[in-house]
Ligand binder design. Structure first.
Ligand code: MN
Length: 324
């Protein structure tokens, strides 16, 4: 328990700057001159060696290097970089079709990742990367590790505890409060890409010098889309990256990642329920609307935003329930 809390704090504070407000892209010469023209009213009058130009717009500093690297720093870094990330994409070669998995992937040493909470109005978004080596596959199978959708909540929590002691993993927990803060800037897909990217990067560091034979991401967006957003992240994943839906059926590392992230989601929802003094349901149905209305009654929007992902339609529905 203390472990997931520690990781959450380190993620929210220590890594936040890298994660959210420092973006580097690679631009062509043509793009560099387009950008210089675009930022002409914001250019900074200073000469920095090896830079083509520097500008400051709405709290974001843009530094373009003659090498073609362009760095965006500050509160709106992601938004500014996105303008050019897109442009860069259109000039890139046509998107490849999804890379096919190695035939024997289920037998390899694989780093897998999965997330939970994306479809739930209440509770955090949790993302886990887990590493399972070839020689641990049998042990995990014996423990009963499989698709978390086939397991009861009590089994998930029990299994997650064992897994955390058995395999290396990284768990990132994005609280609803933090989610609401980021969501206007990062759409839900981009947020997930950033979290998967970061969890995998941190786990790769942790298991060094060991290297997985493949990295398998439980697919939530087309591969080209993932790569487009991942390019905006500070830490770039290069090698042996594979995407597949229902990833837990292809390798136990994804199943383990889904169990650990699901257990964390359930624990967080429990804690939040205790704090709020009302049972916060999982999912996004009418029950969620009703509970949201009660929270609004109790503490208004400042209370609701601590527990719920506000951009869901449930918020509007809860406000309507209140007016009745
Ligand atoms: Mn998934």
């Amino acid at each position: 328990k203390t472990k997931s809390r520690e990781l959450r704090y380190s993620f929210m504070y220590k890594n936040e700057e890298n994660f959210m407000s420092n973006v580097i892209i690679k631009a062509t010469n043509d793009q560099l001159s387009q950008m210089k023209a675009y930022y002409r009213s914001y250019l900074l009058n200073k000469q920095i060696p090896y830079t083509s130009f520097a500008a400051k717009k709405d709290g974001t500093t843009i530094t373009a290097y003659t090498s073609g690297k362009v760095m965006f720093q500050g509160t709106n870094a992601a938004i500014e970089a996105d303008k050019w990330g897109e442009a860069q994409d259109k000039q890139a070669k046509p998107a490849k079709t999804a890379s096919s998995l190695p035939k024997n992937i289920s037998q390899l040493s694989v780093l897998g990742s999965d997330e939970v909470g994306n479809g739930s109005y209440f509770g955090p978004l949790t993302v886990c990367a887990a590493y399972v080596k070839r020689d641990q596959l049998a042990e995990l199978r014996k423990l009963g590790v499989r698709d978390s959708k086939e397991l009861k909540d009590s089994q998930i929590i029990q299994l997650a505890d064992i897994l955390k002691k058995t395999i290396p993993y990284k768990l990132l927990v994005l609280s609803p409060e933090k989610y609401n803060e980021i969501q206007p800037k990062y759409n839900a897909v981009r947020m997930k890409v950033a979290l998967h990217n970061q969890a995998i990067h941190l786990l790769l560091k942790k298991i060094e010098p060991e290297k997985p034979e493949a990295i398998l991401i439980d697919q939530f967006t087309p591969e080209a889309n993932f790569k487009k957003y991942a390019r905006l992240e500070k830490n770039q994943l290069q090698e042996k990256l594979y995407f597949v839906t229902k990833g837990e059926q292809y390798h136990l590392a994804v199943a383990a990642a889904s169990i650990i992230s699901r257990a964390s989601f359930l624990e967080e929802l429990d804690k939040a329920s205790a704090e709020a003094g009302i049972t916060l349901p999982s999912g996004a149905g009418t029950k969620s609307d009703q509970v949201a209305a009660k929270l609004l009654e109790k503490g208004g929007m400042p209370m609701l935003e601590k527990y719920a992902k506000l951009h869901f339609a449930n918020t509007e529905k809860a406000l309507k329930l209140l007016k009745k």
